[in-house]
Write a protein that binds this ligand. Sequence first.
Ligand code: SF4
Length: 470
Amino acid sequence: MNTAFPAVEFDAAIIGKLSQSGPRYTSYPTADRFQNDFGYGQFLEAVAGLRMRRSRRPLSLYIHIPFCDTICYYCGCNKIVTKDHGKAATYLGYLKQEIAMQGRLFDGMGQIEQLHFGGGTPTYLSDRQMGDLMEHLRANFDFAPDQQGEYSIEIDPRTVSPGRVHSLRVQGFNRISLGVQDFDPEVQKAVNRIQPEAQTRLVMDAARDAGYRSISIDLIYGLPKQSLTSVARTLEQVIAADPDRIALYNYAHMPHLFKPQRRIAEADLPTPAVKLELLALCIGRLCAAGYVYIGMDHFAKPDDELAVAQRQGRLQRNFQGYSTRAESELISCGVSAISAVGATYSQNEKSLDGYYAQLDAGRLPIVRGIKLENDDLIRRIVIQKLMCNTELSISSMEQAHPIQFARYFEAELAQLKPFEAEGLLTIDPQWITVTPKGRLLIRNICMVFDRYLSLARENAPQPLRYSKTI
Ligand code: SF4
């Protein structure tokens, strides 16, 4: 394992040539491979399996709050836009029921070391509702102490005051991530998200005051009205604000899938060539400012836990992107939430009515999922290692699994040859190593190991449901 930070190199010609649609591998198999015949019963079997093996793996909790006050036109999330906050009260009642059921299932099986609130907008809940929900979580799960646990929440700075930020810290959160996307007023207008820089800075100052351990900022490149000049200005503002982590997402314009995106004028979007320049600009400026490129869309300060975990080979990829907690069971509660328990993935009902109906019937609202076969588990590790560590030890794979790597992945190794010829990776009998030039095309490299994608490709042309890899 390398102890230095892996470098990243931007090569516009190769990126332009190889960019295509592809999954982001927050899971493998990806969520579109989940099956409808997987439900509550199969989930119970997976938990029973853990109990039988006396698993002591730490637990992670994800809580999904689907509501938002207003719509951001770029949004591709599963959310419900409503000003009727009464809906949140009904939702909370059901969510608490689900949490209690999960708490009983996992009783005595380990501590919660990681908690993440996502959405939607978690801060759509009032201060009182959030306090009540956190108390309920503590009553149903055993949480590791604050210094040991990673307890994070996504915050929309438009919805909180400095006082609320302090209150969230008291309620137990020790990390926050702030949705910013772009500080430019014209861009903000074009995506219907007016959020002055001062508002974001106020929240960040309050978070520092309150003693949060890490502040993260989300940005998007490729938004309408963005130019090299405007993005350079936003980057300066972001760097001056000094967050610990930065997530830089690629805006995927897919109005056929996401209705709000139809409100974005295509003429306002940067061309693919400009988008590439924007990406190069962001990577260049952030690295020059001292941030480490973690991979995919993530940057962190060298002493941030994410960068340290990568250096030590402990980084993991999950539904929230990159995570420092390898090998934990992920229990997810809320509409559409996805759990990863044992060798399974399971997803909750996507509609509120369906979610409520299942809980009314006394069942966990799991409606689809997948039980991973041995081949899935092997490929999941290969994809994880490449995405998180930029290298894969072939001998470690052979020690951990009953395979002869070169034979098992004969077809895949042949498919990697053109990438090797382009200088994106190197392959020797012991290691597959992604080069600095290959890091931005990591999705393309991982797609080679995705068996479901190869099967789909044999039957149909490139799927339109995935975003571009760059
Ligand atoms: S981007 Fe966030 S705040 Fe905006 S609509 Fe989507 S989920 Fe809601």
